[in-house]
Design a protein around this ligand. Structure first.
Ligand SMILES: *Cc1c(COP(=O)(O)O)cnc(C)c1O
Length: 518
């Protein structure tokens, strides 16, 4: 059937035009002959406006997006991103600001950065914030490099190990290894917490840091977080907080007061700047006053009134150089903290993301932030309660903002999480995160987020329960899924190794022969 549909790419027809030029109302003049084209423009598509619109709209709908459906990817916090943030980020004063524009011409942008630093510090209980890192993983690298600079600054050269719980996101051990450390894994106990006995065994004078996610990747609050931090500090190590799951704690708990020395925020998760598809994110970082001198440059500060001093966390040289005129009182300026590890990124981080996060925080306010976390936790527990009698919970505890279930159906042992995830696509839902965390066999990690309505949560749970019913009746239905998509089960290795990123008629013709419909 699909062979009779018009192909979606080859729509061009000679002479078709998508613009309507007005009548010429100035005297016509002749271009010099040597500037005229000798041949026709060849190979450019010629289309009408509706054809172009339909082409792009159709392609955009061949994918899942948060604007069309719930995306329950655990750990990713795929909440709805308000269009208000887009409006703010597109204000010409922000969108058209040049990164080399002088500070005196960028006061609004600097003020926004300064305020965002302050808000993030307040929300998380940290004394100093840098907005530089481009994503969570880069925030992690920043933190571990800051830790290293701190230890070396004290003449402590023997700390070559970073401890990472076995439930951690892959970026944690990767970060530690990239920064040159030996990674030591710490086990989780039966309740999903860090195993304190195992932690004690692995702490030593070689410990530089422990990287801890709280709530952890099982969606559980680390019940012994204060004790864990105390043990690490007693051994002379520092505690890194992976703040990717901060969405569960806003207005409720401050990691800076729980014993963490440093944490990254994923502005693109918790603070609802858009993400997915490898687009820009922001992995701003916060830390205690002790580590503030090592933060990457530049940070933003405000010049105090005459006679007043800069707070200790804001000491360091202005970025305008020794000979520049000093900025006036009350102005905002970039500075390099005294012992800064240097830059982590060109210019000032992903600035558009900072505008969106600022807008989010200001538009919902302190009470709104707390409500976000309360609702996110409630929604996750609702989903867990509706599903866990069919899909067993990895650890049967009240969860935080996400729940880790297992695709192990008593009535259909041959069915795997992979099959369930693929079948969910046929029901119109993006699958949850699967096979992560690694310590949970057949993991289905569901993070509904606070922006989904009860009606949507129910539809999602109904779909998963219906799939369990299908699995018991006829597992083949799941094994064949998805059936409603332009492409079916992909060869994931080939898709990653040989991605087709450009339209090529010959390649598409071959794929069509192989049975792909698009
Ligand atoms: C998303 C995530 C990260 C990495 O953040 P990126 O912004 O994707 O680099 C790290 N840890 C956890 C637990 C995460 O969910």
């Amino acid at each position: 059937m699909h062979n009779h549909e018009p192909p979606i790419f080859e729509l061009s027809g000679r002479g078709k035009i998508g613009v309507n030029l007005p009548q010429i109302d100035v005297p016509q003049s002749q271009l010099p002959v040597d500037l005229l084209r000798a041949d026709d423009l060849a190979g450019l598509p010629e289309l009408t406006e509706p054809e172009v619109i339909r082409h792009y709209t159709r392609i955009s709908q061949r994918n899942f997006a948060i604007d069309t459906t719930m995306v329950s990817l655990g750990s990713c916090t795929m909440k709805y991103n308000s269009k208000l943030h887009e409006e703010a980020a597109r204000l010409p004063g922000f969108a058209a600001a040049h990164p080399l524009q002088g500070e005196e011409l960028s006061q609004g942008a600097l003020q926004l950065m300064y305020e965002l630093q302050t808000y993030l510090g307040e929300i998380s209980g940290f004394d100093a914030v840098s907005l530089q890192p481009a994503a969570g993983a880069q925030g992690e690298l920043t933190g571990i490099l800051v830790f290293r600079a701190y230890h070396l600054d004290r003449g402590d050269h023997e700390r070559m190990e970073v401890l990472v719980p076995d439930s951690a996101h892959g970026t944690n051990p990767a970060t530690a290894a990239m920064a040159g450390y030996k990674v030591i894994e710490v086990k989780s106990d039966a309740r999903g917490n860090v195993d304190l006995e195992d932690l004690k065994r692995k702490l030593s004078p070689r410990t530089a840091a422990l990287m801890l996610t709280n709530p952890n990747t099982l969606g559980l609050f680390e019940e012994h977080v204060v004790e864990v931090a105390r043990l690490v500090h007693e051994a002379g190590g520092l505690v890194y907080g992976d703040g990717a799951n901060f969405n569960a704690l806003l207005g409720i708990a401050k990691p800076g007061k729980l014993g963490f020395d440093f944490m990254h925020y994923n502005l693109h998760k918790t603070f609802t700047t858009p993400h997915g598809g490898g687009g820009p994110g922001s992995g701003a970082v916060g830390c205690t006053a002790m580590l503030a001198p090592f933060l990457p440059a530049p940070r933003v500060r405000r010049i105090p009134q005459a006679g007043q001093e800069l707070p200790p966390t804001e000491r360091g040289a202005s970025m305008r150089g020794a000979h520049a005129t000093p900025a006036p009182e009350g102005a905002y300026e970039f500075f390099a903290p005294e012992k800064s590890i240097g830059r982590m990124k060109t210019f000032h981080g992903n600035f558009g993301m900072l505008v969106r996060a600022w807008t989010y925080i200001r538009s919902i306010g302190a009470a709104g932030l707390r409500k976000v976390s309360e609702t996110a936790v409630l929604n996750a527990n609702y989903v867990q309660a509706r599903l866990k009698h069919v899909y067993p919970a990895a650890v049967d505890r009240t969860c935080m903002h996400e729940t880790v279930l297992q695709g192990k159906l008593a009535a259909a042992p041959e069915v795997r999480t992979f099959d369930i995830a693929k079948r969910l696509i046929d029901y119109g839902f993006h699958p949850p995160t699967v096979y992560f965390p690694l310590i949970v066999p057949e993991a289905l990690m569901i993070e509904p987020t606070e922006t989904e309505s009860k009606r949507t949560l129910d539809a999602f749970c109904d779909a998963l329960l219906a799939i369990a019913g299908e699995a018991a009746r006829d597992p083949e239905i799941l094994k064949r899924a998805p059936t409603t998509t332009p492409v079916r089960r992909l060869d994931e290795v080939r898709a990653a190794r040989q991605p087709i990123l450009r339209y090529d008629p010959a390649v598409f013709a071959r794929l069509r022969e192989e049975g792909l419909q698009f």
